[in-house]
Design a protein around this ligand. Structure first.
Ligand code: DAH
Length: 331
């Protein structure tokens, strides 16, 4: 039996330890066999033998348990060492995300106007007829409604076709002075090289108390300055135009950033790129929100159009197809 005790100290794994336990205490184990001897002797020697065997059994069990504790710890440590993850190992699937080009462009636009002290507003994507059209001087059956291919819901609500309804909501909830921009997605039933059913606009609105407080010159200054911040030293021109919500209205062109104004395919050989719509807020819009004796200007621009020009992307749909080969270029 003493040989077994010294063997317990020598074994190197819990599996070997279990083998020893079975050899000694298993059904056919050596100690189990000695317990069987208890049957065949008189009471006195039985008592002595039982005492001796029980002591032996206890000593054996304790030796096993002590050794097991040491070996289990050692085995756990070996296992942990073997399974350690090497975090510095190169992994090809460890791809980094990047900002979407449209959002990069939007961030830059927002940065300019925030630095110019404009506040940032938002409005709902599901609009009603009043805010999207009526209050913007686009009454029912007005032909200008045809310019905007609207998605309607069955209850008469619609997906906003532009960010201009946020002008109306801002004026309904606030008194002048107002100096805000509103970036957001807008929706139109249209799909080709230069149109997608969802795109982004930034709307701007400035209103002050007093009929002559805000002039077209203020509008001209801010838009020229803005376009030079975005595109560098471009020429800017204001072309007379029509929007129902502004009077007078203008479209803003800048000299083509690709050919520097000499004429190329992107600018249809005109030397100019149309980039913005703007004007002085129409009195009918002020009336719709209950404003009196005020003046103001408004403008609207398409973020995707800016991104196409700034990044030289020829097909608008590229922004919405999630092609990693394109998106990865903006890291
Ligand atoms: N809402 C116009 C559109 O979606 C853009 C626009 C033009 C907004 C002129 C304005 C503006 O505020 O003054 O085409």
């Amino acid at each position: 039996m003493e040989a077994i005790f010294s063997k317990i100290q020598e074994v190197q794994s819990t599996a070997e330890l279990e083998e020893i336990r079975i050899l000694v205490m298993g059904k056919k184990g050596s100690l189990t066999a000695r317990f069987a001897e208890l049957k065949c002797c008189d009471a006195e020697s039985k008592k002595m033998l039982a005492k001796e065997l029980n002591a032996l059994k206890l000593r054996f069990e304790k030796a096993l348990a002590d050794r097991k504790e040491v070996l289990s710890l050692k085995e756990l440590e070996e296992k942990l060492n073997a399974e350690k993850i090497d975090v510095s190992l190169f992994s090809p699937s460890n791809l980094k995300g990047a900002h979407h080009p449209v959002m990069l462009m939007l961030d830059r636009i927002v940065k300019y106007f925030v630095e110019m002290n404009f506040s940032l507003n938002v409005g709902p994507l599901v609009e009603d007829d009043f805010h999207n059209f009526e209050a913007l001087n686009l009454p029912k059956y007005h032909p200008a409604r045809d310019m905007q291919d609207t998605f309607y819901f069955k209850d008469g609500k619609l997906l906003r076709t532009h960010t201009s309804p946020v002008q109306v909501r801002t004026m309904e909830s606030q008194q002048p002075p107002i100096r805000m921009i509103c970036p957001g997605s807008v929706f139109r039933c249209d799909y080709d090289l230069t149109h997608t059913p969802m795109f982004h606009q930034v709307e701007g609105l400035v209103v002050e108390q007093g009929k002559d407080s805000v002039s077209f010159a203020h509008l001209k200054f801010i838009l020229e300055d803005f376009l030079r911040f975005m595109f560098g030293n471009v020429k800017v021109r204001f072309r007379s135009s029509f929007f129902p919500f502004t009077e007078p209205s203008a479209e803003v062109d800048m000299s083509c950033i690709f050919c520097k104004g000499s004429g190329c395919r992107v600018c249809s050989h005109t030397g100019w790129l149309e980039v913005l719509g703007c004007g002085m807020v129409d009195d009918n819009v002020f009336k719709a929100v209950g404003y009196e004796n005020v003046s103001g200007y408004a403008f609207g621009l398409g973020v995707e159009r800016f991104a196409m020009l700034a990044y030289g992307v020829p097909d608008l749909r590229a922004f919405f197809e999630s092609d990693l080969r394109i998106l990865e270029q903006f890291k």
